[in-house]
Design a binder for this molecule. Structure first.
Ligand SMILES: [Ca+2]
Length: 443
């Protein structure tokens, strides 16, 4: 018979208490029912592309309504200014340098998100979640790297960007996939947003009796922009506006499906984008609004995104100025689902539930801005320090010295305070140097 010492007894009591905390955290509110999560993740959407973020031409009534009834973040960042690393960061809660997905993948790429990474889908599957990825994957198109091998039960969409069908590079016609098989090639891009939406609605209908995680990474509004017939030529915002207005329709359909399935009150919906607008494409690209820079840069315009959290009856409607990021989704969903965080893994995100549910101001944090493996900037509180840079962004030369901005007073990064606050520059440069000395690639 096992001898129970005081220490083992205390240990067991502690474990039981811990399990109780987890269970109550996971099952509180919502009558003990597990929470569902829906993430709508646009591609190259700008900070200034939605009505609720100040766009006067593009009409986004459904997104505006979610923002008005939920939490609309003003300072919400993706963790990379280009596609693949941003997706790796969202799904793992880790800076892309940790998984090694620091650059955009192409149809010729033989790599992908490493099997060792733990995605949101894998974390939630531990508690019996149904999981689907419906849209653009872009974390490796070869079989070992597809969504089915990263915790998703179901996958429908493009394996990479919708512009990756260049003859001169030897790309194949654009493949549309269901699970591991190509179902259409080349994909009809005018139908993508509609088909993703129909697939998402069907997933909600068939999963409504289980907890679920639905990840909808739209292919749009990445160039070449396309929309369905019903939206063509309709927007005051031109062809780009047509595309955004179809995405707004899509979000509305998904939210309506949640309501029709009777699960809206148990579902947190998050809407954001992978990186800022590709203004290089002029009227076919989006708008960073008042922000500086574009996709491919670590100015705010490259990484700050619309960030809308909608959960009827659970979130106090407000405009939220606290900083948050796509890195935070994994720890936040884990907390709400009552599942443990992956063990032995360095996570860079924070659990947002105290902020979302109780409006508890988050402790000051640092956020690092990378372009590929190059650590370029850091934000701490309202200060952002950006290292000197000389190079090209999509063929255009870009050069600047050390930059220091107070993002609260100057979100457009126009007023360089580096000379006025050399001590802040030195302190933040020291933080970058210290972070660079850590071993990013350890788990
Ligand atoms: Ca993108």
């Amino acid at each position: 018979m096992e001898q129970i010492t005081r220490r083992t007894l205390l240990g067991r009591l502690g474990a039981a208490a811990g399990a109780g905390v987890l269970a109550s955290r996971g099952a509180a509110a919502a009558g003990g029912r597990p929470r569902n999560f829906v993430v709508v993740f646009c591609d190259d959407l700008g900070y200034g592309d939605l009505g609720c973020y100040g766009n006067g031409q593009i009409k986004t009534p459904r997104l505006d309504a979610l923002a008005a009834a939920g939490v609309r973040f003003t300072d919400f960042c993706s963790a990379a200014p280009v596609c693949s690393p941003s997706r790796a960061a969202l799904l793992t809660g880790r800076y892309p340098v940790r998984s090694g997905i620091t650059r955009v993948l192409f149809p010729q790429s033989e790599n992908g998100l490493p099997e060792s990474e733990r995605t949101i889908a894998e974390v939630l599957k531990g508690r019996g979640y149904a999981t689907a990825c419906i849209g653009k994957w872009h974390l490796g198109h070869l079989p070992p790297f597809l969504p089915m091998n990263h915790g998703f039960d179901y996958y429908f969409g493009l394996p990479y960007s919708n512009d990756m069908e260049k003859n001169q590079r030897g790309d194949p016609p654009l493949p549309l996939m269901r699970n591991g098989k190509i179902v259409e090639q080349p994909a009809d891009q005018t139908a993508l947003t509609r088909r993703y939406t129909e697939e998402a609605v069907a997933f909600i209908e068939r999963s409504k009796d289980r907890p679920f995680f639905l990840y909808v990474p739209h292919s749009m509004p990445h160039v070449p922009i396309h929309c369905g017939e019903a939206f063509r030529g309709k927007s005051a915002g031109g062809a780009y506006g047509d595309v955004i207005e179809e995405i707004d329709w899509s979000v509305g359909r998904i939210v309506d499906a949640l309501a029709a399935a009777g699960v809206a009150k148990h579902t947190l919906v998050v809407f954001t984008s992978d990186n800022g607008p590709w203004t290089h494409y002029k009227e076919h690209g989006g708008s960073p609004g008042p922000l500086r820079g574009q996709k491919g840069t670590t100015f705010e315009g490259g990484m700050r995104e619309p960030g809308i959290f909608y959960w009827p009856g659970r979130l106090t409607p407000r405009v939220e100025p606290a900083f948050a990021s796509t890195l935070d989704l994994l720890p936040t969903f884990a907390a709400l689902a009552g599942v443990d965080l992956p063990e032995g893994v360095t996570l860079d995100g924070r659990d947002l539930t105290p902020l979302l549910l109780e409006e508890t101001p988050p402790p000051e944090r640092e956020f690092f801005y990378f372009l590929a493996d190059d650590l370029q900037a850091v934000r701490r509180g309202d200060w952002k320090y950006k290292r000197p840079f000389k190079g090209k962004v999509y063929g255009e030369p870009l050069e600047h010295g050390a930059l220091l901005f107070n993002l609260r007073e100057d979100p457009g990064e126009r007023n360089n305070l580096a000379d006025a606050h050399p001590e802040t520059v030195a302190a933040l440069e020291a933080r970058l140097a210290a972070f660079e000395k850590t071993d990013w690639r350890t788990p």
